[in-house]
Design a protein around this ligand. Structure first.
Ligand code: ADP
Ligand code: ASP
Ligand code: MG
Length: 408
């Protein structure tokens, strides 16, 4: 008799009918003899609505009060699902993060889980009751409600599976697995039977929001068997595996993208040691994360220094860079917000040269200019103009045969 943690996302919990459908799935899994712990998200759109509501009364809401409020979305769906299960004759009990307790640090809006008390959940399972746990939320030492960052219910699911030593963590969503790229952008995208943790981590951190990055980190660290499946369609889904890469690994497993970054260039900075530190030091001090960085070889004693930050941090980053530019006697600061990042990910890249060159050729053939490039062992990312994003994704998907390649 397996112990399964099943996490149902916002679309799956999006209406009373859908919640009823989720209840039928949970009931069926129990019929098959499994012990089930359920984690749920708020109804789709609800977290956005709550954030908007908070901002409508105060454009810069206090993070504690924001968490207090946005955690309510999941409090509604746990109770609704418990009611739907009971209607079907399945004993169920709903729990908020604090009731479990899911203990986190104090970082409101992006808290990290430190410990989960499992006694109550295990006692419920023992008694044949299905615990329904609110995703996305926890409680800090002082009893304040915290949330885990957008998409955080995935992390609740994986963390619970780790704490309960579950046989599998099943992430039920509105697609039937992890695809070669977002099927909303490329309808020819293909479902992957398996993908390695390493690749999934890159895909998630480069923009594929099907799993929150932290959930993948957590699953890798605690070796939680993780599977992504559809709530609405039967099928094997995608298994995230620990397997080492093999010779037959495909070169490219997937294409990720995001539109969340903006680009800043400090131009005409003196080309001497310490410049990168002088520019990025104050940016880091302001808690702004820098993603890509390019510094050119200088001509005539000056150079341009370009980097990207999350779009939410754009205004503050510009403010800081302008000040630094003045101190350094640089020419000025240019910015671009209409950019997108497209990335190829695949463990097979390790043993193959020429992938970057092929990527650049494909983009050139479409007339797409590359503004920045960064590479690691298993990924290549380029920054391009936002308006070419879809075109780039589809052209690369085709050029690297992602639609036809046999499963791995
Ligand atoms: P949930 O509400 O269930 O958590 P999300 O919206 O967070 O669902 O994640 C599922 C969505 O992720 C899909 O609808 C799809 O548009 C998007 N997505 C992005 N990249 C991928 C990918 N490579 N494979 C599958 N889905 C992806
Ligand atoms: N409801 C939260 C969000 O929309 C958490 C989640 O759905 O995973 O981000
Ligand atoms: Mg999600």
């Amino acid at each position: 008799m397996a112990l399964l943690v099943q996490k149902y996302g916002g679309t799956s919990m999006g209406s009373v009918e859908r919640i009823d459908h989720v209840a039928s799935k949970v009931a069926a899994a129990r019929e098959r003899g499994h012990r089930i712990v359920v984690v749920v998200s708020a109804m789709s759109g609800e977290t956005d609505r709550l954030i908007k509501l908070a901002k409508s009364i105060n454009p810069r809401p206090n993070p504690r009060e924001l968490d207090q409020m946005i955690a309510t979305g999941e409090q509604v769906t746990i109770a609704l699902l418990a009611l739907a299960l009971e209607k079907r004759g399945v004993a169920a009990r709903s729990y908020t993060g604090a009731q479990v307790a899911i203990r986190t640090d104090q970082a409101y809006n992006k808290a990290r889980i430190r410990h989960i008390d499992t006694e109550r959940l295990l006692a419920d399972c023992e008694a044949g009751t299905v615990p329904v746990v609110a995703g996305f939320q926890g409680v800090d030492e002082a009893g304040n409600i915290t949330t885990l960052g957008r998409g955080g219910s995935d992390t609740t699911g994986v963390a619970l599976a780790a704490a309960l030593k579950a046989d599998e963590c099943q992430i039920y969503t509105d697609v039937d697995g992890v695809y070669t790229t977002d099927p909303r952008v490329e309808p020819k995208a293909r479902r992957l039977d398996r993908v390695t943790f390493e690749e999934m981590l890159e895909l998630a951190s480069l923009g594929s929001k099907v799993l929150q990055i932290r959930s993948v980190e957590f699953a890798g660290k605690y070796k939680v068997p993780l599977r992504v499946l559809s709530t609405f369609q039967e099928g094997p889904g995608t298994l995230i595996t620990l397997e080492e890469s093999k010779m037959e690994d495909p070169l490219i497993s997937g294409i990720a993208f995001n539109r969340d970054e903006s680009q800043l260039t400090v131009s005409g900075v003196p080309d001497r040691p310490g410049i990168a530190a002088a520019i990025l030091g104050p940016i880091g001090d302001a808690n702004i994360e820098v993603d890509m960085i390019v510094q050119n070889v200088g001509a005539d004693g000056t150079t341009d220094f370009t980097f990207t930050v999350h779009r939410n941090d754009h205004d503050r980053a510009v403010e800081i860079s302008r000040k630094v530019a003045t101190d350094l006697h640089a020419k000025g600061v240019r910015t671009a917000q209409d950019i997108a990042k497209v990335s190829l990910v695949g463990v097979g890249m390790r043993s193959h040269a020429g992938i970057a060159a092929k990527m650049f050729k494909v983009l050139a053939a479409e007339g797409i200019n590359i503004r920045m490039i960064s590479t690691s062992e298993i990924k290549i990312s380029v920054v391009i103009e936002d308006k070419y994003l879809e075109l780039a994704v589809r052209a690369l998907h085709q050029a690297f045969d992602l639609a036809e390649a046999p499963g791995h």
